[in-house]
Design a binder for this molecule. Structure first.
Ligand code: NAP
Length: 525
């Protein structure tokens, strides 16, 4: 279905009249502005969006899982019908290829349907029932029943590096809607057109499935202005964010300093360490170089799971390094998502390259360097790495740092790393069995451990954990990918001594929904 981008925020079921500042998308490949202009909403329009969300909450949160699942499935179908338009506009706004747009669209719709399945089945609410024991001595036991309930309206900040799967109808939005929370999306200035195409899909789906107005709004404007006003608004009860560490910290700070502090689920920075063990690197040096190269340069290195740090044991890895150098030197440069991200990558690689003790292992010999990322690999010994805090930071783009030392030194360095989304080990089964301390240290530092694989390519499935200790995320107890993400937007509520008719169906005797529950300490369906 074709749709003309209007450049206006979506406030419930209406279009904003504008009134705030204007901005344009810029084609990062050419530097040209793209039509149309996008208008930030006025303060009163932001207020209107928030109040509509608050009004929608009681209706939306008390709907059956089946009905909300119908809404999520309708969003997925609408987005599928807009895929050609997304595939046309997406590359212009992001520099990402059309195939990536189509692939990410499929991931986004798959994610929405995964949450639809989850809430249709219903057991995710973790229903627990303890029947009363009026005759218990010395005190009677009350009837107590609990389950997860939605928090309230949620603000979601779109990510620059995933214009679909972590944006308007991406993981946080899907998880929040599945939980029963209305969503207020702050669009990313890098891809406002895709945001509107998808936002319009969500609105059409909401209207077609009789959702209350305000279940979704999409707002343009700056983060410091429109974004902050959402985070600080007393109606908003949680925040989802993917982006820079400074942006995430600013939102965490604002949320913590509200009269009523609220949770912020911010995904910020991660260098995703990869440990190469001696036998693996001796046996598979070239294949490891090819795998690392593919993971490092995928999407111009603009993935939160980009392998930005590789530990290589002294005395090993000749073939690995030779192959990596060969691949990097002929690698093309790549258009990045926007000029700010491209400049940040250039600054980071310059800073790494100028650091005492850091050597350049390989640098792409490309002529196209203006406004593009040039793949690069550095190396440093483990002692210098430990001394230089800046070498622990993210180079967001196709760059990585190889740290060399003995296996004992490498193991001792892991606890000094910051929190990570992922940690990878390449070794034999015997090698990892010999180093339980290394695996234990990696577990304390990361949300997902990978054996003989690479960290990019985050499977969307119920057991995925895409989260990790600070600063990879603001709250390592949760994930932004997979069905567990629904728990970000819920809290447990208990009902004590309530009559059956006043209880949610999930908690009634007889289990009318047929869900998995814990009844008097035993799991039952
Ligand atoms: P960003 O600058 O943090 O922006 C993300 C969103 O947050 C935007 O909507 C932005 O609003 C808003 N924002 C930023 N700072 C804010 C503040 N102080 N107060 C309120 N809102 C704020 O991230 P980005 O544009 O995606 O990329 C910048 C850098 O972030 C990259 O170079 C990279 O280093 C890092 N990054 C990391 C990941 C990861 O997953 N690890 C992903 C993406 C980016 P505006 O529209 O006003 O800018």
């Amino acid at each position: 279905m074709s749709y003309t981008i209007q450049g206006k925020s979506i406030i419930g079921y209406s279009r904003s009249g504008g009134g705030g500042s204007t901005s344009s998308a810029v084609n990062p490949a050419s530097g040209q502005k793209l039509d149309p202009e996008f208008h930030a909403p006025s303060e009163s329009e932001v207020e209107q969006a928030v109040l509509l969300a608050e009004r929608a909450f009681p209706v939306f949160s008390s709907m059956s899982g089946k009905k909300r699942a119908g809404f999520l499935r309708a969003i997925a179908a609408e987005i599928e019908s807009a895929v050609d338009q997304i595939a046309e506009r997406g590359p212009l706004e992001t520099g990402l290829p059309e195939a990536r747009m189509r692939g990410e669209t499929a991931r986004t719709t798959g994610q929405l349907r995964m949450f639809a399945d989850l809430i249709e089945e219903g057991s995710w609410v973790d229903a627990r029932i303890e029947h009363a024991q009026p005759d218990r001595a010395p005190l009677p036991k009350p009837d107590l029943r609990s389950m997860q309930r939605p928090l309230g309206p949620v603000a979601v900040f779109c990510a620059s590096n995933f214009p679909l799967a972590f944006s308007v109808a991406g993981g946080d939005t899907a998880a929040a809607l599945a939980a029963g929370c209305p969503v207020l999306v702050k669009a990313h200035s890098s891809h406002p057109g895709i945001a509107e195409i998808v936002g319009d899909c969500v609105v059409r789906a909401a209207q077609a499935t009789d959702m209350p107005e305000g279940v979704f709004s999409l707002l343009y404007g700056s983060g410091r202005d429109v974004g902050m006003s959402l985070v600080k608004h007393p109606v908003v009860q949680a925040v989802g964010f993917t982006g820079s560490r400074s942006g995430g910290l600013a939102l965490m700070d604002a949320a913590a300093n509200r009269p009523q502090p609220i949770p912020v689920y911010a995904e910020m920075s991660s260098v995703n360490p990869v440990v190469l063990m001696p036998k693996a690197v001796d046996a598979r040096g070239e294949a490891l170089a090819e795998g690392l190269f593919g993971s490092l340069t995928l999407g111009a290195g603009q993935f939160c799971t980009n392998p930005g740090l590789v530990f290589l044991p002294d005395g090993h890895g000749e073939a690995f390094l030779a192959k990596l150098k060969e691949l990097i030197e002929v690698a093309p440069s790549a258009v990045m998502l926007n000029s700010g991200i491209c400049q940040a990558f250039k600054d980071a690689t310059e800073s790494f390259g100028e650091t005492e003790g850091v050597e350049t292992v390989a640098h792409a010999f490309t002529k196209q360097v203006e406004e593009r990322a040039v793949p690069v690999v550095f190396s440093v010994n483990v002692r210098r790495f430990l001394e230089e805090a800046r070498l622990h930071g993210e180079m967001f783009g196709p760059g990585t740092l190889i740290v060399r030392g003995s296996m004992d030194e490498i193991e001792a360095t892991i606890p000094e790393l910051e929190g990570q989304l992922t940690a990878t080990v390449h070794g034999t089964e015997e090698e990892i069995a010999e180093r339980p301390g290394l695996i234990g240290a990696l577990e304390r530092r990361a949300g997902r451990l990978i054996f003989n694989g690479f960290p990019t390519g985050v499977e969307v499935c119920p057991s995925m954990v895409h989260g990790g200790p600070f600063p990879s995320t603001s709250d390592g107890r949760s994930t932004s990918v997979g069905t567990m993400a629904i728990h970000r937007f819920c809290r447990p509520v208990a009902w004590q001594g309530f009559p059956a008719a006043a209880l949610p169906e999930e908690l009634r005797d007889g289990n009318p929904l047929g869900i998995q529950r814990m009844v008097d300490g035993e799991f039952a369906r």
